[in-house]
Write a protein that binds this ligand. Structure first.
Ligand code: ADP
Ligand code: ZN
Length: 440
């Protein structure tokens, strides 16, 4: 099975744009007629629904930001009567107050279809046994992949996250072939299996679909090796539906955006200007089909690059690079921009495991920057000079990647908390970057 919905996933780009334009016209009218908050925003900008004739007119519309969603909590952006909704989900609250999103049955179906497409792109079909180890509940990870797996007809193991012993036992006993969870939890499961003496070739897995948090290429390689599988990325956010807004194919070169349901733009995060394909900027999504919570031009704060380059898998959907993190994950330390993912790259390149924590503080008006890294079995040393030498080497590698010098501290294996969901990599004691900076 190559595609879940072939005619759409391989639709010629021109036809796809026509389809998007047609859906967009309807969606803008739906939102204008049913969401007073957004209507006021459009009126303020002097835009009427009939001004939006095609996707090229998208830029006339105002942006929506996370701050708008928080202001409208809980029902302010609902575009259908509450009685028509069948579900809510909520953000993880990684960067502040939670946001709730509503779904009609139609919205749940389209979201699950997006996840089914992701599973097929990762090589799954209805013979597969899919272990869903994302959290179930308000978080979209569990529900999304669970639904996608059902849609595809796979035997679904609704494990939720945590209880790693049981994860491993069920995986082995029931022959799970596809694992879905956050990449940090996948790395933890790999570590736990290694400790139990289960070799990568001894587990039944063939692929994994990992997302919901930023992860590097180096992390991908570590997971692929640790579990003996192919590791595919999946991206999404609650506001737009959940995982499956975009997904990776066997090419593993960026994630295809489900463009029949979502229009994607890249903008300059400072000016809001739409940038040409190939530029690095902030992702903005417009939901074309959602009934209950149809966001137009939603600013994700995720930073990446889009490409229309033809993909060998045959899908025509545009691809986005891995977001290196949200604009608000970016740390500004002594005036230098630092993404946690850059530190992850250095650590894995130097042969360490992805177990680290970044601590930033301000002492006497100067930023302090500490990186705690676990020693690994093969690098283990208990001499002071051995430790100092390793710390120095790591510090040098980080300096050349980042341009500034962190204080690196090697710590005993297993002393940094493992993540079963989204990993918390940073402890920023300064709280310099306030949310207000990103109000669109
Ligand atoms: P929260 O914003 O509270 O974390 P969500 O659970 O909806 O809420 O998470 C969505 C966010 O997770 C995205 O905006 C993005 O920053 C991050 N994310 C999701 N998938 C990926 C991925 N594959 N790579 C990097 N970041 C991702
Ligand atoms: Zn592809």
């Amino acid at each position: 099975m190559k595609y879940f919905h072939e005619s759409v996933e391989t639709m010629p780009v021109e036809k796809l744009r026509e389809l998007q334009s047609e859906k967009l016209r309807k969606q803008v009218k739906h939102v204008y007629d049913h969401v007073p908050f957004y209507r006021a925003k459009m009126d303020e900008k002097g835009v009427k629904p009939e001004d939006i004739r095609s996707v090229d007119d998208l830029r006339l519309l105002p942006f929506l930001s996370k701050a708008d969603l928080r202001d409208c909590y809980p029902f302010g952006l609902l575009a259908v009567p509450k009685g028509d909704c069948v579900r809510i989900q909520s953000t993880s609250g990684t960067t502040g107050r939670r946001v709730v999103a509503f779904y009609t049955q139609h919205d749940v179906d389209l979201w699950e279809e997006c996840c089914a497409r992701a599973l097929v792109a990762a090589g799954a079909d209805n013979e597969d046994v899919v272990q869903v180890a994302y959290g179930y509940g308000l978080f979209t990870g569990g529900a999304g992949l669970n639904g996608g797996s059902h849609k595809l007809g796979c035997l679904t193991l609704p494990m939720s996250s945590g209880n790693t012993d049981r994860q491993i036992q069920f995986m082995m006993d029931l022959g799970a072939t596809v694992l879905c969870c956050t990449p940090s939890y996948a790395a933890y499961i790999a570590e736990a299996m290694h400790e139990r003496g289960i070799k990568p070739e001894d587990n039944p897995l063939k692929a994994g679909i990992f997302g919901a948090e930023p992860w590097t290429e180096e992390m991908r390689q570590a997971i692929e090796k640790g579990l003996g599988i192919k590791a595919y990325d999946i991206y999404g956010l609650t506001e737009i539906s959940g995982p499956g807004v975009s997904f990776e194919c066997q090419e593993q070169q960026g994630m295809h955006v489900n463009e029949d349901h979502f229009v994607v733009e890249i903008i300059d995060p400072d000016t809001g200007e739409v940038l040409p394909e190939g530029s690095r900027g902030e992702l903005v999504f417009t939901s074309l089909d959602k009934e209950a919570f149809p966001l137009l031009r939603y600013r994700t704060r995720d930073i990446c690059v889009l490409s229309r380059k033809k993909c060998s898998c045959g899908r025509t959907f545009i691809r986005m690079t891995k977001p290196m993190g949200r604009s608000d994950d970016m740390l500004i330390i002594r005036g230098v921009n630092v993404f946690p993912s850059q530190i992850e790259t250095v650590l894995l390149n130097e042969g360490y495991a992805p177990n680290y924590q970044i601590v930033v503080d301000r002492v006497n008006n100067t930023d302090t920057f500490d990186v705690l890294v676990e020693m690994t079995e093969d690098k283990f040393t208990d001499t002071v000079s051995g430790v100092t030498e390793q710390e120095k080497a790591l510090q040098g590698a980080m300096k050349s990647m980042l341009g500034i010098n962190p204080a690196v501290h090697l710590v005993t294996p297993h002393t940094i908390a493992r993540s079963e969901g989204k990993a918390v990599r940073v402890v920023d004691k300064r709280k310099l970057v306030s949310d207000s900076q990103w109000k669109g």
